[in-house]
Design a protein around this ligand. Sequence first.
Ligand code: ZN
Length: 270
Amino acid sequence: MKVAIRDDDTSYFTTPEALSRVYGDVWSRAPVCLAVVPFAVGYEQPGIPPAHWHSGESFALDRNPALVAFLRELIRSRRVTIALHGYTHQDYPDGYEFQSAPDLPDRLRRGRAYLETLLECRVSVFVPPHNALSKGGLAAVSASRLNILGSFLSFRPSMRPWESRTPANWWAIQRYRRATRRTRGEPLVYPHALKYSRHAEFGCHSLVPGTTFDALQRHFDEAQRFGGDFCLATHYWEIDATLEQVMRAFLDFAARQPSVRFVPAEELFT
Ligand SMILES: [Zn+2]
């Protein structure tokens, strides 16, 4: 069973210390997939200084050289991998970036090339800002051939661009829903990568304020029962003492399972 960790929102506004505080003794035992914003525009988020919440200014990652050097070293030592987390991550009056921004194909192409060159790494995974993707956003990501790590993405055919694999994947979800005795509206994280013609999707389990170890263990047990894999998704800026304890308890628990192998999140798609 593959287990991976994803952490969102590393950007110009992130300090090396903020990442080390949470992952300093985690990423040597389990690689962390950092979903990075290449040209961050501020929005209301505790990890961003309030002066930039509404400034509209875009900050390229290379304006934070200490962070860039830190990330390069972490990548070289295989403690982190890099995913693309939007282009600016900015919020629009009518939605989040990959629901409402213009030029999504361009943002994907330029954002990916920028991170690959700056951080000297390969980028093969996209994490939608706020886990939100419109039909057009999903079509753009698929055309760019980036795999998607999400949380609660919609599988309903009406919410997606049509393609030949859509019905079979929809039925796989329905079978899983029945097998786990979930009702129609109940949230579900499918524990296998769903392959589409040009990309694949994998759903993560959120570690956010209020998440308990017991809940994560239940989700893990279910994924394991169905021969699946598991990805934990969180935000470094949200990890307080309580969440840190939950994360550590979960990683210790996972490490004790004989079948578990901690992998970079990219390997969930192979
Ligand atoms: Zn984000």
